[in-house]
Design a protein around this ligand. Structure first.
Ligand code: PYC
Length: 310
């Protein structure tokens, strides 16, 4: 299996170029469902140690259904197939440029959540214009065992987010274990208490927000992903959901740019334009770097061919 690995603000993306199962034809959403239901063993083996690493997101390249797109892509982590992935799209654009498949300028990419646009600004810098993002519930209270009541917003940015602002625990690297435990408990409480998207979609990511001490930075976040790892980047789809909340609260004007930092201090520049159905069209600018080109080998006699499952 031929792969190219990159990182976006520290968050790894593995683009799969060859050797993946054939997902057939149909919409990207249908093919993503097929990947989720029929090929779990494939995507877990590519993400799990020893071939993968914690927090890694896979980007499986597929034929786009929309011929104006340079490629179709289906993102996944070890535990879920994702609707969209912002850091992954920045990593994918830099990887396609590294392969000579795209040049500087604008390109369309099809994802299960819809078509997104990337602008390759230089070898490493990309702006992603995401699908329309929206807040669907404001100020929802959850009873979180061991933590008490927490209040947050439910918003969509290509994945489903529960966003708590301000975080009850300081968003600093020394608290990563505590932040992880809290956000897992919040996600489990949201599922147990039936809090999700407008059609009952389960919350797959949880965000804790906090004002940043640096006046040049708007805020810092901690983002829990479906695989129970935290996003090393400020999370592109999470930042989109957050922009939808800031816009809905009148805390950020269209076109106004802010800097969003992750818990490890990597950053995105964010802004939005009003969407056509009451949400926002987010722009996310970040940097990615290609780290490795590799062939993954899966030997018959390898006891960890499927990855380390504990
Ligand atoms: O950047 O959208 C994102 C993302 C989702 C999961 C990990 N990163």
């Amino acid at each position: 299996m031929h792969v190219i690995d990159s990182h976006t603000g520290g968050e790894p993306t593995r683009v799969i170029l060859e050797g993946a199962p054939d997902l057939g034809t149909g919409s990207l959403a249908e093919r993503a469902r097929r990947l989720a239901t029929e090929h779990e063993g494939f995507y877990r083996s590519v993400m799990l140690e020893p071939r993968g690493q914690p927090a890694m997101v896979g980007a499986l390249l597929v034929e786009p259904a929309d011929p104006t797109c340079v490629t179709g892509v289906i993102y996944f982590d070890v535990d879920a197939v994702l609707g969209m992935c912002g850091h992954g799209t920045i990593g994918l654009a830099v990887t396609l440029a590294h392969m000579g498949r795209i040049g500087l300028g604008h390109h369309r990419i099809e994802t299960p959540a819809g078509v997104v646009t990337v602008e390759l600004i230089d070898t490493n810098t990309v702006t992603v214009t995401n699908i329309e993002s929206r807040r669907v519930h404001q100020g929802v209270s959850l009873e979180v065992p061991g933590y008490g009541s927490v209040t947050g917003d439910v918003a969509y940015g290509g994945n489903w987010f529960f966003i708590i602002d301000p975080s009850p625990i300081p968003v600093v690297p020394s608290n990563i274990r505590k932040l992880t435990e809290l956000t897992i408990a919040v996600r489990e409480a949201s599922i147990a208490q039936g809090v999700g998207g407008e059609n009952g979609e389960p919350i797959d990511h949880v965000i804790l927000q906090e004002d940043a001490p640096d006046p040049a930075v708007h805020s810092r976040n901690f983002v829990l992903c479906p695989d129970d790892n935290y996003d090393r980047s400020p999370c592109g789809t999470g930042s989109s959901a957050r922009l939808a909340c800031l816009a809905a609260d009148g805390r950020l004007d269209p076109g106004q740019e802010i800097v969003q930092q992750s818990v490890i201090g990597s950053s995105y520049r964010l802004s939005y334009q009003p969407g056509s159905t009451g949400g926002v069209i987010p722009s996310i600018t970040g940097q990615a770097f290609v780290m490795a080109e590799a062939s993954l080998l899966f030997h018959e006699g390898d006891p960890f061919q499927a990855g380390i499952e504990v």
